[in-house]
Design a protein around this ligand. Structure first.
Ligand SMILES: [Zn+2]
Length: 117
């Protein structure tokens, strides 16, 4: 997975809120030192897997749609973001560096109804 270090593009795509963002097939990082953050890279790789199984464009549409729904639900940007099913899965498994090797396809579906953060 190609990694691009760009503070400007990472800020732009994440509305200034993230250290990293996945724009398939790229992982954008805010700074060079984040290349060594294995948990962060694993989190972004989980998003790459999700995007690939949803054929990329639908992943981003569904992501934004669910974010809108969560924003109505929680009325809080951070809580809405953390509760998008794709984020729930990625945050839940980001510390498990072997997760992607055994992850079942479309596993993010299980996180649509998981308990909120
Ligand atoms: Zn994420």
């Amino acid at each position: 997975m190609p990694i691009i270090v760009s503070k400007i593009w990472t800020s732009l795509f994440s509305l200034g809120r993230a250290n990293a963002i996945t724009i398939f097939p790229f992982i954008l990082l805010r700074s060079e030192k984040l290349r060594h953050d294995r948990v962060l890279i694993n989190h972004e790789r989980i998003h790459l897997a999700q995007a690939l199984e949803l054929l990329i464009v639908p992943f981003y549409l569904f992501y934004l749609l669910e974010f809108g729904v969560r924003l109505l639900q929680y009325r809080d940007f951070q809580r809405a973001y953390r509760n998008i099913s794709f984020e729930r899965e990625a945050f839940f498994w980001e510390h498990d560096l072997s997760y992607l090797g055994r992850r079942k396809r479309w596993n993010f579906r299980r996180y649509l109804v998981k308990k909120a953060y």
